[in-house]
Each structure stands twice: as C-alpha cells, then as structure tokens.
Design a protein around this ligand. Structure first.
Ligand code: HEM
Length: 781
C-alpha cells in the first residue's frame, strides 16, 4: 500500500517541489552571503524575491522610493531574477556614457526573444544589432528624421487628423484611436511610402493589434511576473497566446506590403525604408526576417513613443516658430494686430499660438471656434487676461480688468443697476432721446459747415453714461465733460498704443515707456475727479431716491456696513473702478460706432437715401423710439451692418483660461492669454456673403425683412459678454436714425465720396481716422 503511494505521480511531484524549494533556499543563502560585495537592496524572499515590495504595475514609482533608501545603485529581485537599478542623473549618465561598453547590451527577456528571435534592433545584441542600427540610422536620416521630407509627411498627416477631429464638431470623443492612426501612418510613410485611410479596416486591425501588443507586453502576467520568470508557462497563459497571434498577424500584413513593394522596387530609386533595405539586401544578402522585424519594431516603437509623449505632453495649438525673447513680434504688426492674426489663422487654423515676446497667446479665429469657446466653455475661457498695464491701472478692482468674486459681485451689481437706470427701460430711452435732441440742436447751429464728428458724438454718448452713473448730464461746453471725454479717449488710445503693447510684453521696460507714464497720470486724474464726484453725491444722498449707479452703490455699501459684512466688495476702490470702466468701455466704443455710421452714409449716399426714404415713409417727423426698430427693417439692417464693419473691439477684450482646458483637440494651460479674434468672426468668409464690403443685404432676406445673423457678435459672447450691449444698441439705433431724419451727411466741399478714407485708427478700439463731414439740414422731414 505504502509502496504504491510512494510510486504514485503526485508523490513524485511533491518530492520534486520540496527538493526545488530546499535548493532554492540554499541558493539564496550562498547568494546572500555573496551579496555584501554587490549593490545593496531590500532582502528578497525565496522564489518571490522582492515582488511584495515592487508592484510591477507601479514599477517606476516603487523603484524610485527604494532608491531613496538604498542609494543610486541597488539590487532588487523580480522573483529569482536579479536586477540592478541605476537611479539619478549622475549615476545613469556615468553608467551609460563612461561605461558605455559594459552597460551597452540589451536585456532580452523571454517575451522579447519570442518576438524577435534574435532579429531587428530593439531586442538584439552583437553584430546583427550593430549592423541593423547603423543601417536604420542612415536610412532614417535620408527618409525620415530631421529632414524636410519627414516634416512634410508629418504635416500632411496632421491635416488628416484635423479633418478627423473636425467631424466631431467640438463634441467629446476619445482621441486615442485616431491619434494612434496618425502616428502609425507617419512611420508607415517612412517605412513603405504609404499612408492608410483611417477607415481602412485592414489598417484599423493592424493598429489595434499593435496597440494591444504594447498593453499585453506591459501586463503583469506577461512582462514582470509569470512569463518572464517562468517562460515554460507561456502556452498556458492567455495573454501570451494573444500576443503571439497579434505579432504573427501583423507580420503577415507587413510581409504582404513588402511583397507588393518588391514588385515595383527599383534599386536606383529608393522610395522608402523598405526599398533601401532591399537594395542593401541585394548587395549584402541581409536576411528578410531581419527586415520584417526592423519594420515591426519601428512601428511598435512609433506607437510606444506616442503613448508616452501623449501622456506627458498634450498637443498644444500650432503656430509660427517663435524667436528667443522676441517670440513672433516680427510677424505681427503691432499697429494692426488683428490683420496679422487673421493672416496667421489662414495658415495655422482656428486655434493657434503666437508669442508676443515671451508671452504666449492662444488666438481663436472664425465664428465657430470663437463661439464654441466662449459659449460652450464659459468657465474655462471666462477669466479676463490682466496685462501688466491693466494691473497698473485697475489693480484688480472694477469689472473690465478683474476676476474672481469681486468681479462677479461688481458685474452683478452693475448689470442690475443698468437695467434699472439704463438698458431696455423707458427711463434710459428718455435720456437717450433728450441727449439726441441736444445733439441735433448743436449740429443745426453749425449750419451745414464741415465739422469733426468726434467731439460732438463723444460728448453726447458720454452724457448718456453720466446720466446713468451720476443721474445728470453736462452742457457740451462744461469743462468737466470735456475733460472726462478727453481722459476716457486718451486712456483707450494710450492703452492700445504699440509702445504700451511692448510694455505688456516686456514689463521691465516700464519706466522707459512714455505712454505708460501718461496713462498712469490719467488714471490718477480719474481717481481724483471720480472720487470728488462721488463725495459730492454722497453729501446729498437720499437712500429712497437713487439718482444713478453711484447712489445705488453707496446704498449697498451702507447696507453691508450696517450688517458688519467683512470682506465686502462695496469698497471705494471698486466704485471708482466701476465708474471709470463704464466711461472707458462705453464712450469710445459707442461713439466710434456712430461715427463709422455717419462716415459710411456720406461715402455711400444711395444707402443713406434708402434709410431716409424708409424713415420718412414710416415715421415721418415724429421722434424715433426703440420700438420703431421692428418697423424699419432696412434701417435696422444698416445699423447692424455698421456695427459689423466698424468692428470697434477688433481683438475683443482678451480673456485668460481659468483652468487647464482641451479645446478642439489642443491643450491650453490654465492662465494662458486667449484672444477671441472678433475681426475674424465679423468678416468670416464662411459666414458672410461679402465679408469685406459694406452690404446691409447681410441682414435682409429676399422679401426685404430683417434677419439676424448668428455670426454677428460685436459684443462677444459668454459670461463676460459686453455689459453695456443693450444700452449701446439703443444708443446707436436712436442716434443714427434721428440724425438721418434731420440731416443728410456729405463729404466736406472739395472732397468726393470716393476720397472719404475708411482707414481706421487702431488702438484698443478701431475708430475712424480724423475727418470732417457736413450735416445738411432736412427739416426733420
Ligand atoms: C458699440 C458699443 C460697444 C461694443 C462694440 C462693445 C464691445 C465689448 C466687448 C467685445 C467686450 C468684451 C466682452 C468679452 O470679454 O467677452 C466688452 C466688455 C465690456 N463692455 Fe462693452 N461694448 C460696447 C459698449 C459698451 C457700453 C455702452 C458699456 C457700458 C455702459 C460697456 C461696458 C462694458 C464692460 C463693463 C465690459 C467688461 C465686461 C466684463 O469683463 O465682465 N460696453 N464690450
């Protein structure tokens, strides 16, 4: 009975296992005593080695931790396999460079030996490796790396990739598959002079197999543990079987491609890597399997590089190559930046990067990209970019150049107060009408003589804001108004000047930039003047009867004081900044738009006549009101077209990303300056029939009815959209229509319509060049 037991198979197996274990422990005992002369390391367990301390799935992190304990050269055991780890720059460099020969061989684990069978470059040693590496290097230099040829191939592939991305129309998608295709294609172009269509099922299967091979090779069961430690287990491991099948299937596909290339191969004209190899083979008789393995591994390497680089460095928007320090300043005309940026967008697409000196700026161009960013990513693109000059002037207070909670509170306050005192209310309509009448009277007094439109229009528009903010208007001859208008337009002009842009790029130039000094002087004057006005209003404040925005602010301030609110945003600094913001953001923009309107009417008298005919027919001589807009389709279309062509805030007011964001496949880091290029939207060739012509037809249908257009966004969009949009639209409509009801605008004597110059003065805003017009009285119809 016992004999039988002893002779049975399980008994032998048990005996063999015990024997192996004893041998193993003995091995470790000897080995461990030996280890004193070897690099230190954690104590290994029998059979398992240090696998309990080193998780194969977190290898790099665990080894890094161990290096802190055992120093830059240490030993670990992956099961029974002893591995020496080199850590830190100096040690790695010393080993790889000073001992290049000693550390120069590749470790060929069983799994990689299965793949390559001693062929190729990546997992070979000795003469084969040396020869193949030399060959691949020289051939890649000819067909690939560092040459224009490869740059062209990469650029071509990028175009295909962009097209693929565009199909998703901004919707979320997993980009890994198509990005894999692109990388595979770039290597394929170098290897076979062939790119595959992304939809080709054979290609898709090949890339999927390669990708899967990389994943399986890294899987714990294959790479670190079972198979590499106990290779005889291979056929029993599912991952190993799958891996071998992947490799064999892809090998078959490559063989097929190489066979096809061979048919048209001509040793005198090398088209690609494979051709070069075949030529070399003819001369030297290199084995075909070496070729196959070189190709297979270069393709795998391509994908591997992609997966590493895409993890660490997401793709940023393309753009012209920047120069050190200067960035792309040589490609951007600082006096016409919107034009240069539009030109660049033709080459680099709808999302691109430019460097203003060392300052990186992402530009969004075209209606679709701008709208998508501002509306679909409101939070991500919702911060204001605070340039050095804006910081100098606003110091984070107010609305225009502020962010965070203070901005939120001030914007909310201003919006609700403007609603009460300004936009869309009868109250503001009455104020605009009253101001319009003052202006008409002032123009009448000129008796048709030429005059510069700037001054009068500025005074009238500024008075609308003083009425909203302070609760009263000023006479056009009042020095307070004159000074206020001058300061506001000076500040806009100076902040958009080329030298201040230069200061924004190189803030250390500060003291030497004269325009910056002038701007800061104006800021100080503003703080004093606005501060004095606020004090005067405070003295006569009656909380039950607010005269304007300042009164409302003072009431809120008092309420917060009474409630002992700490960290209140209702501070004097914020009040002064809000008031200054409304003057500077509201005066120059609206009056430039109106001045463009009058200039365009003088230049295109047939359009002016059509407006006047419509007003005469439908309104007669009574006062125009906002509600008339619905009944004056042609006039409304002309007003919209004026705003489109005027394009007064041509670069919008630059934004900044509030967090890291991936937009249209590009990674944009938190805090990056973003320019939503409004010029490119208002003249988007894919949106407007005649983008560069003054054509009211853009806003009319075939029946002459007004149609709104989606790409009409002169006030931008999203959560920072112009706060005064409603007020500005009312201003422009009532002033424009009322002025045309009373006057015909013509060029001054001696100047023809053709000679009227439409070249803009470009700063922060885009206004007409100084000019004169005559206003010939029509008698109010
Ligand atoms: C035709 C006239 C106007 C045009 C074309 C215009 C255009 C713009 C644009 C493009 C922006 C940037 C929006 C963004 O970042 O998305 C802006 C912001 C602003 N606008 Fe206007 N604007 C005009 C009139 C006004 C008026 C009349 C006021 C005030 C009464 C005003 C007050 C502001 C303010 C306070 C901001 C900053 C909003 C913020 O940062 O939250 N604007 N404007």
């Amino acid at each position: 009975m016992l004999d039988k037991l002893f002779q049975s198979f399980p008994f032998y197996l048990l005996g063999a296992a015990v024997g192996l274990l004893v041998l193993h422990l003995l091995y470790y005992r000897f080995n461990y005593t030996d280890r004193r002369r070897e690099p230190p390391g954690p104590r290994p367990l029998p059979l398992l080695g240090n696998l309990l301390q080193v998780d194969p799935m977190k290898l790099d992190r665990n080894l890094f931790e161990l290096s802190k304990r055992f120093g830059p050269v240490f030993t670990v055991y992956f099961g029974v396999k002893k591995v020496v780890v080199l850590a830190g720059y100096h040690t790695v460099k010393q080993a790889l460079i000073n001992h290049a020969e000693e550390f120069g061989n590749r470790e060929v684990t069983p799994i990689f030996d299965d793949f390559t069978k001693g062929n190729g470059i990546l997992f070979t040693n000795g003469d084969t490796w040396k020869e193949m590496r030399r060959f691949a290097l020289t051939t890649l230099r000819d067909f690939g790396m560092g040459r224009r040829l490869s740059e062209e191939k990469i650029t071509e592939e990028i175009h295909h990739l962009i097209k693929e991305f565009e199909q998703y129309d901004g919707k979320a998608f997993n980009n890994s598959r198509v990005v894999n295709y692109a990388f595979f294609n770039i290597i394929s172009a170098i290897m076979f002079e062939k790119r595959f269509e992304y939809k080709d099922p054979v290609f898709q299967a090949m890339v999927a197999r390669d990708h899967n091979t990389i994943q399986l090779t890294g899987s714990a069961s294959i790479l670190s543990l079972t198979y590499n430690l106990f290779p005889w287990l291979g056929p029993f491991l599912k991952n190993w079987r799958k891996l071998m099948k992947n490799v064999e299937d892809n090998k078959a596909e490559m063989k097929h491609i190489i066979k096809e290339l061979k048919k048209t191969w001509n040793p005198n004209t090398c088209r690609c890597f494979v051709d070069a190899f075949l030529t070399r083979q003819q001369n030297l008789e290199v084995s075909p399997s070496t070729l196959l393995w070189s190709v297979v591994f270069l393709l795998i390497l391509g994908l591997l590089t992609k997966s590493i680089t895409s993890q660490n460095k997401l793709k940023e928007p393309p753009g012209p190559r920047p120069l050190p320090l200067l960035g792309n300043l040589l490609q951007i005309d600082l006096r016409r930046p919107h034009k240069s940026l539009c030109e660049l967008s033709k080459k680099y697409g709808s999302v691109f990067t430019v460097y203003f000196g060392t300052r990186k700026v992402v530009v969004l161009a075209g209606y679709k990209a701008v709208k998508e960013a501002l509306v679909s990513f409101p939070a991500e693109f919702g911060d204001r970019d605070i340039t050095p000059i804006c910081q100098d002037v606003s110091q984070g207070h107010g609305i225009l150049f502020a962010n965070g909670d203070s901005w939120k509170e001030m914007r909310r306050f201003a919006l609700s107060t403007l609603r009460d005192f300004g936009m869309g209310k009868k109250l503001s309509e009455d104020k605009i009408i009253e101001e319009c009448q003052h202006m008409i009277k002032a123009i009448q007094e000129l008796e048709g003589k030429p005059f510069d439109t700037a001054q009068l229009v500025n005074y009238a528009i500024c008075n609308i804001i003083t009425a909203v903010v302070y609760g009263h208007r000023f006479d056009y001859s009042d020095p307070y108004l004159m000074d206020l208008v001058k300061r506001s337009s000076d500040m806009i002009r100076l902040s958009g000047s080329a030298s201040v842009q230069l200061y924004n790029t190189f803030p250390w130039l500060g003291r030497w930039i004269k325009n910056r000094e002038l701007l800061l002087k104006q800021r100080d004057r503003n703080v004093k003047e606005v501060g004095d006005s606020i004090r005067r209003l405070k003295e006569s404040l009656s909380p039950d009867c607010c005269r304007g925005l300042v009164d409302c602010f003072l009431v809120c301030q008092k309420k917060e004081e009474d409630l002992c609110v700490t960290n209140t945003h209702y501070t004097e600094d914020n009040l002064i900044s809000v008031v200054t913001n409304l003057f500077s953001a509201g005066t120059d923009t609206t009056s430039s738009t109106l001045r463009w309107g009058l200039l365009l009417m003088a230049k295109y008298p047939h359009i002016q006549e059509k407006v006047q005919e419509e007003v005469r027919r439908l309104i007669g001589s009574r006062q125009v009101v906002v509600a008339d807009r619905m009944n004056l389709p042609y006039t409304d279309a002309v007003v919209h077209e004026i705003m489109r062509v005027a394009n007064v805030v041509h670069l919008s007011v630059p934004r900044a990303t509030s967090q890291d964001v991936t937009f249209r496949g590009y990674f944009i880091k938190k805090g990056t300056t973003v320019i939503p290029l409004l010029t490119s939207v208002l003249a988007d060739e894919t949106e407007w029939e005649t983008p560069h012509t003054f054509n009211p037809g853009h806003f009319l249908n075939e029946h002459g009815k007004f149609v709104s257009r989606e790409a009409f966004i002169p006030f931008a969009a999203g959560r920072r959209v112009c706060l005064g949009e409603g007020l500005a639209r009312m201003d422009v409509f009532i002033f424009f229509t009322s002025l045309l009801q009373h006057f015909r605008f013509t060029p001054p004597p001696g100047v023809t319509e053709d000679e009227l110059d439409l070249t803009p003065v470009v700063g922060f805003t885009r206004s007409p060049s100084p000019h004169q017009l005559c206003a010939v009285h029509q008698g109010g119809f």
